[in-house]
Design a binder for this molecule. Structure first.
Ligand SMILES: Cc1cc2nc3c(=O)[nH]c(=O)nc-3n(C[C@H](O)[C@H](O)[C@H](O)COP(=O)(O)OP(=O)(O)OC[C@H]3O[C@@H](n4cnc5c(N)ncnc54)[C@H](O)[C@@H]3O)c2cc1C
Length: 387
């Protein structure tokens, strides 16, 4: 077991620090305040080859693995920049297209996606299905000539309004008509501007630049070129994408927690209200030290999950544990950090309180912590299914 990073991996980990020289947290929070996509930063990340970090070189990517993606995302989040559009958009879409797309689809979407010319969003959640994806009710119905019509609605889709394409989880057969509930799923690549596609912003109280949307499909024409993989076999593609999403979001959580800790340590070493700096008080030190331990433990588990994924070994246990641990550690770190800052922690200037909603989101989305724990209890520990 080797815990050392290669020179290239270390460079990828430090990319966030370098990016922050041009695009720092202030840039990111300004975009969030204006509800404006951080276009210039995203373009720089794309130009530097990091949007397509896991896309094969033949299609314009860097051809690297999940560990490198984790290092990149953690490094960015270490600077207080959780670039969610890159997780739920590029990663969740370019990855599956690279694995399951036809040659034509790969040529059409991957190089342009890597260059940052086009953006993707990923649409699973539905108002009525919620956590229970099996109840997906966004349906494609055959026209009789190999084409389909898509109807349905999705909700809380990050960056749907700004995306050019969306990966849509649909059903070609209703749950009532299939033998196994995972049968009858089809993943679609839908043009955001196709006739019949409309979006409606949802106002959420999370200070991030990416907006959330409801998406409606009204008789959207779907041809074979819009289908990713095979009709009816979409669940396998969806299933494959779940572990990467959890691993990458764990990395985002680890970085956010680290950012909060580092700001707290700087502040606590300088702020004097009685005799010495407040950082000398154990009452402040211990929560910080505990949170630091939790973050580094979570980071280790995240890297383990990524390494297993890269070796194409099962990583469900590690992906879920790192997602759970990362979200918890980030929450504890931000809370401990906030306490150090006293009243200043709640100001826009110091921006510590603003970290809280983003970290808290990771306990609810993309998969809530209860479902993560259900997975661990059932699949890792052998307890009965609870739901
Ligand atoms: C800011 C934001 C961005 C998002 N981005 C996207 C996106 O880009 N694409 C996308 O498809 N979705 C996205 N989502 C949706 C997100 O993935 C869902 O909100 C989440 O999966 C929970 O679904 P739900 O809101 O319907 O909650 P529900 O399914 O109604 O669940 C509510 C609560 O019930 C509990 N619960 C549910 N089932 C169980 C169970 N079996 N055992 C124990 N407890 C349970 C959990 O605590 C859960 O939080 C986003 C959400 C937010 C808020």
């Amino acid at each position: 077991m080797d815990f050392n990073l290669s020179e290239e991996q270390q460079m990828i980990y430090e990319y966030g620090t370098n990016l922050a020289k041009d695009f720092d947290r202030k840039y990111w929070t300004d975009c969030a305040e204006k509800r404006e996509f951080p276009t210039a930063m995203y373009q720089k990340v794309a130009d530097d080859g990091f949007v397509g970090i896991m896309v094969p070189e033949a299609y314009g990517g860097a051809g690297l693995g999940m560990l490198e993606m984790v290092l990149f995302q953690e490094g960015l989040s270490n600077q207080g920049i959780p670039l969610l559009s890159l997780v739920v958009g590029a990663t969740m879409s370019l990855g599956p297209i690279g694995e399951h797309g036809t040659e034509e689809q790969k040529q059409k979407y991957l190089p342009a996606g890597c260059r940052g010319d086009i953006r993707f969003c990923f649409a699973i959640t539905e108002p009525d299905a919620g956590t229970n994806t099996m109840n997906t009710n966004t349906m494609i119905k055959e026209n009789g000539d190999g084409t389909y019509k898509l109807n349905g609605a999705k909700t809380f889709i990050t960056d749907a309004g700004g995306s050019d394409y969306m990966l849509v989880v649909s059903r070609n057969k209703a749950l009532a008509d299939v033998d196994r509930k995972t049968d009858g799923f089809t993943i679609l690549i839908v043009d955001r501007n196709a006739p019949g596609v409309s979006v409606q912003p949802i106002d959420v109280s999370i200070p991030i630049p990416e907006l959330q949307y409801q998406v409606f499909f009204d008789d959207v024409e779907i041809g074979p070129e819009h289908i990713l993989g095979e009709v009816g076999k979409g669940f396998d593609i969806l299933f494959e994408s779940l572990n990467p999403e959890r691993i990458i979001l764990a990395a985002v959580a680890n970085g956010l927690g680290r950012y909060a800790m580092e700001r707290a340590v700087e502040y606590a070493n300088e702020r004097v209200v009685f005799k010495g700096p407040i950082g000398a008080y154990q009452a402040l030190q211990h929560p910080l030290a505990k949170a630091k331990t939790e973050i580094e433990m979570s980071s280790l588990m995240t890297r383990k999950a990524a390494c297993l994924f890269d070796k194409r070994e099962p990583c469900g246990a590690e992906a879920n544990m790192s997602k759970y641990a990362g979200a918890e550690a980030a929450m504890h770190a931000i809370d401990a950090s906030l306490q150090c800052f006293g009243g200043n922690g709640f100001t826009k200037e110091y921006g510590i309180f603003d970290l809280y909603p983003v970290a808290r989101l990771l306990k609810t989305a993309p998969l809530n912590s209860e479902m993560v724990l259900n997975y661990i209890a059932q699949h890792v520990m052998g307890l009965p299914k609870s739901y």
